[in-house]
Design a protein. Structure first.
Length: 168
């Protein structure tokens, strides 16, 4: 099981939760959470181990977020298609995806991952430049990944009846 699949399992992403997460409100508020995660991580510089509290709150919000909003009436939007593309990506073992999409996803995930490592190292070492540069890299890498997932979904929506059924 890969990291993405483990994250999906940890998040408890059932069909119903995925349907709710396709809401633009869910996607945009989740994206807007990232600066709060950065602030929570950096707060250890000011409040020490008490930083675990804001980090836990952000983690709790990240779990609640895909469950909070109702399924959207329309799913022909960028946020919805990005969510659908993530599902297609996670299902790539059962329904193979084109090589160029695999490569693009791996590159964007690597950028996001390297940014995350730099951000976390910067937080631990209280080094603001590494922290901020890593955070920007992680954030932009994730946004690029979601954008690529829209493209993946558009190319794969007819590859499986379930994929097509998500579009309204």
């Amino acid at each position: 099981m890969g990291l993405a699949e483990a994250a999906e399992r940890a998040m408890g992403m059932s069909e119903a939760v995925w349907a709710r997460h396709a809401s633009p409100w869910s996607v945009w508020t989740r994206i807007a959470t990232f600066p709060f995660l950065m602030l929570a991580l950096w707060s250890h510089v000011w409040i020490g181990w008490w930083a675990a509290v804001p980090v836990a709150l952000v983690a709790a919000w990240s779990w609640v977020n895909p469950r909070l909003f109702p399924p959207p009436r329309r799913t022909d939007t960028w946020p919805s298609k990005g969510t659908f593309g993530e599902r297609v990506w996670l299902n790539r073992q059962a329904v193979p995806i084109p090589l160029h999409h695999r490569r693009a996803a791996q590159v964007t995930l690597a950028i996001s991952g390297l940014g995350t490592v730099s951000m976390l190292a910067g937080a631990v070492l209280a080094e603001p430049i590494s922290f901020l540069a890593g955070g920007v890299g992680a954030f932009l890498g994730k946004l690029w990944f979601v954008d690529r997932m829209v493209w993946l979904y558009e190319d794969m929506k007819d590859a499986d009846p379930a994929y097509r059924s998500w579009l309204r």
